[in-house]
Design a protein around this ligand. Structure first.
Ligand code: PLP
Length: 398
């Protein structure tokens, strides 16, 4: 027991945060971008080239760099992560009145993308250790509700086809992909990875984003690496990569002057200007990851003696990018969550609760779901902490 535990938990948490963040003057955001590399050079070069839109050398370069970092054959840059998820679902042949198994504990974009294909999110329980889908609970549940029908499986309660599994690496911590893959093999479900938060995280030595049939990433301003807004589809399948590029560029057939589109596509390409920013950001990824790991270690040390809370830890099988640090309140302290959020935000340190669970949002209330007791408990107890890479840079106080 340390001295901080003599005082009310919200104040003790604030003091601990202030200790870790002690040289930060003014407001500390949750996840702020860092532009300390060649961003300005590349952006000026992009302007000089006049290729600011969806064609240009930086898009190609960004895709090549990203494929290399993730260790996949192909990366197709998109306008944002939700668009990447949408096209990945379409390429996995998720369609009207299909169900997609996905966590309730995720950003709304994961479920929105499913609905863009006319499909229905089907919410799965979360694992309290890694915050991803609970493979054991899912296996038990599917044994109850899945029935075979001509090569695939359907939900016997709704009659809809079970079309795909959409795991999310929550806060950058990889879900247990091998355990989930055992379930998907049994039920013939393709895996589409929502790796929006997990650039640079690895599962048993393999980078997230390349572990399923298709993966999706986001480069929104709050992610580890940003292009302003942006995303990418990742795959090792050359035909799928080609189709991804085609669909995201209005399904236009290559021609030097004519406009022939062979299906309904999307204007989902990442502009060259954003890709220029992304190239400079990706060059700094190793440094960002190092700094974020250092910050996580500082939090772990500072919160170690505080009763009533634990920090969400890196799963034993994984190396996390530590996108967002998170405190988990003991169940006995969960009623203090909002007061902790208020105390820290009032003091200029941004913390936030986890997303409102998706099955509680009006548009997803009627979606099928399994028992979500653990997910609901997690929602009531998780608090995200400031996690910007620069907060963990070497010259910061320890
Ligand atoms: C950020 C995010 C997305 C969506 O990415 P955008 O680029 O904002 O469209 C999807 N899923 C998860 C889990 C995310 O965190």
């Amino acid at each position: 027991m340390n001295s901080a535990s003599q005082i009310p938990l919200p104040q003790a948490i604030l003091l601990t945060l202030q200790k870790v963040l002690s040289d930060r003057k003014g407001f500390v955001g949750l996840h702020e971008p860092r532009f300390a590399g060649r961003e300005a050079d590349y952006l000026m070069d992009c302007l000089d080239s006049t290729y600011v839109s969806s064609v240009g050398a930086y898009v190609d370069r960004f895709e090549a760099m990203l494929a290399e970092v993730v260790g996949v054959e192909h990366a197709v840059a998109t306008a944002n992560g939700t668009a990447a998820l949408h096209v990945a679902l379409r390429l996995a042949e998720v369609g009207r009145d299909d169900e997609v198994l996905m966590p309730a504990l995720t950003f709304v974009g994961t479920a929105n993308a499913v609905t863009y294909q006319g499909a229905v999110p089907h919410f799965v329980e979360s694992d309290p250790e890694n915050l991803g889908m609970d493979a054991n609970a899912l296996a038990g549940y599917l044994a109850e509700i899945a029935e075979p029908t001509g090569g695939t499986f359907r939900n016997r309660e709704t009659g809809r086809r079970l079309a795909a599994l959409l795991p999310v690496h929550v806060f950058g911590h990889p879900a247990d992909m091998e355990a989930l893959a055992e379930v998907t093999a049994r039920y013939r479900l393709p895996i589409i990875e929502d790796a929006a938060e997990s650039l640079g995280s690895s599962y048993k030595g393999r980078m997230t984003g390349g572990l399923g049939l298709l993966g999706a990433m986001s480069f929104n301003g709050n992610k580890v690496v940003t292009t302003g807004g942006g995303g990418a589809i990742l795959t090792n399948d050359t035909a799928l990569a080609r189709a991804a590029k085609h669909l995201t560029t209005t399904a236009k057939l290559p021609h030097s002057w004519d406009f022939v589109h062979d299906q309904i596509g999307y204007n989902y390409r990442m502009p060259n200007l954003n890709a220029a920013l992304g190239c400079a950001q990706l060059e700094q990824l190793p440094g960002f990851l190092e700094a974020k790991r250092r910050l996580a270690a500082r939090y772990a040390e500072a919160f170690a003696g505080l009763e009533g809370v634990t920090l969400v830890a890196e799963p034993a099988y994984a190396k996390s990018n530590w996108w967002l640090n998170a405190l988990l309140l003991d169940e006995s302290q969960s009623e203090l969550r909002d007061s902790i959020l208020a105390t820290t935000n009032d003091a200029g340190i941004m913390t936030r609760p986890v997303w409102r669970l998706l099955h509680r949002l009006p548009m997803f209330q009627a979606c099928p779901r399994m028992s979500l007791d653990t997910t609901q408990s997690l929602e009531s107890r998780l608090i995200n902490l400031p996690s910007s890479a620069f907060l963990g840079e070497a010259d910061a106080p320890s």
